[in-house]
Write a protein that binds this ligand. Structure first.
Ligand SMILES: NC(=O)c1ccc[n+]([C@@H]2O[C@H](COP(=O)([O-])OP(=O)(O)OC[C@H]3O[C@@H](n4cnc5c(N)ncnc54)[C@H](O)[C@@H]3O)[C@@H](O)[C@H]2O)c1
Length: 365
């Protein structure tokens, strides 16, 4: 009898705690079911990155796995038939998170009310062409889309430019859509970031998930500076600096850097087409971390509007190490920049200044 009295209280307490937990979970589930769909626009959606990206969005890999989405697809008139085919495949996927799909060649309809815009649409650089050959077409396209973004997208729309020249296309959007906060316009360097993680993991024979905090500085071009000076590998004994583990500065400053910079060319050579699967995956990583936050103690690379940090001219769209929290990115401050890195940071900034001048002159002529 005494024994029963002794266990009665703890049993009642456990029972109450269990019921409270069930109630909280039920209420959370009610909240989750009630999530409003997020409208995501993908431009250039009939292209090859679009084809790899759309199923990732539809399955919930870009936002939360319980986040409903409405997908807007934009492409040019000449690709309207392919675009319709992509829409048909998305419909046939019967993705539970997809609440609606709008496939259009009308820029105004495409941008209507979108919360996130992933800009893949662009005029491609064909064999024998240089950046300056495609610049006039791309910057005019981005100026026109800036107007649609400003007038028709949600005022806090988050924009990721993937199409090349990615940094300068993003800069044109920022200049010509002034009512969208400059912080909301970014470009993709996460693919280069992921490539750098993968190269380090191969070199050290460790899992890629244990490598973190590489940095891509600057332009998404061959002047970008992949920097492993602050990167680490996690192990049961803590985080070890990659510089120490590799113990070969020459490799880090030459082979590592050029392999990241020229990976695109290597993929084109092997596939006869540029990277699509990895680019789509990186676009997903970029938006997911921006919206949901970077893991504690980890930064990622994003092309963002410079505030003058690390001596990078203000206003350029430049790739920095960033941490994300509550839907906002901020540049990781206080990293030591050695003489070699300084030169590289300035070199890629100079290229971006030249691109900006060229882009603005294209718009005047
Ligand atoms: N930043 C990066 O890391 C990165 C990586 C890979 C590729 N890219 C770039 O991404 C872009 C897309 O690559 P892809 O392989 O999918 O190219 P793609 O040629 O297969 O697709 C591009 C699509 O854009 C469309 N398009 C052209 N003009 C448009 C406009 N005004 N509005 C809407 N759509 C338009 C085309 O019709 C085409 O369907 C390219 O510019 C490529 O260089 C960037």
């Amino acid at each position: 009898m005494e024994y029963l009295q002794m266990i009665e209280k703890p049993l009642v307490l456990i029972g109450c705690a269990y019921l409270s937990w069930k109630l909280i979970r039920h209420m959370l589930n009610l909240l989750i079911v009630g999530k409003d769909p997020v409208k995501i626009l993908v431009t250039g959606a009939a292209g090859q990155i679009g084809y790899a990206l759309l199923p990732l969005i539809a399955r919930g890999a870009m936002l939360d796995h319980d986040q409903p989405v409405i997908i807007h697809l934009l492409d040019v008139e000449s690709a309207a038939k392919e675009l319709e085919g992509v829409k048909m495949e998305l419909v046939d996927g019967a993705f539970p998170l997809v609440k609606d799909i709008v496939a259009t060649t009308d820029v105004v309809e495409a941008f209507q009310g979108v919360n996130i815009a992933v800009m893949l649409g662009g005029f491609p650089m064909k064999e024998g062409m240089e950046r300056k050959d495609v610049m006039p077409k791309n910057v005019s396209m981005y100026k026109a889309q800036a107007l649609a973004l400003e007038q028709h997208a949600a005022s806090d729309c988050k924009v990721l430019v993937v199409a090349n020249p990615a940094n300068t296309n993003a800069l044109i959007l920022k200049e010509f859509a002034p009512s969208i906060p400059a912080k909301n316009i970014t470009c993709l360097t996460r693919l280069d970031h992921n490539r750098a993680l993968a190269l380090i993991s191969e070199r050290l024979n460790v899992y890629v998930s244990d490598v973190k905090n590489v940095i891509i500085w600057g332009n998404h071009s061959s002047t970008q500076y992949p920097d492993a000076n602050h990167a680490t590998v996690s192990s049961i004994s803590g985080h070890k600096p990659i510089k120490k583990l590799v113990a070969d500065d020459d490799w880090l400053n030459t082979e590592f850097t050029t392999n990241v910079q020229q990976r695109d060319a290597a993929i084109v050579e092997a596939r006869k087409m540029s990277s699509a699967l990895s680019a789509a995956n990186a676009a997903c990583d970029h938006i997911r971390d921006w919206v949901l936050g970077t893991p504690k103690g980890t930064w990622v690379s994003m092309g963002v509007c410079s505030d003058g940090s690390y001596g990078v001219p203000e206003g350029l769209i430049y790739s920095f190490p960033v941490i994300c929290e509550k839907g906002e990115w901020s540049i990781m401050q206080g990293l030591k920049i050695d003489g070699f890195s300084r030169e590289k940071l300035d070199e890629t900034a100079l290229e971006l200044i030249e691109e900006k001048i060229l882009a603005l002159s294209c718009l005047k002529s």
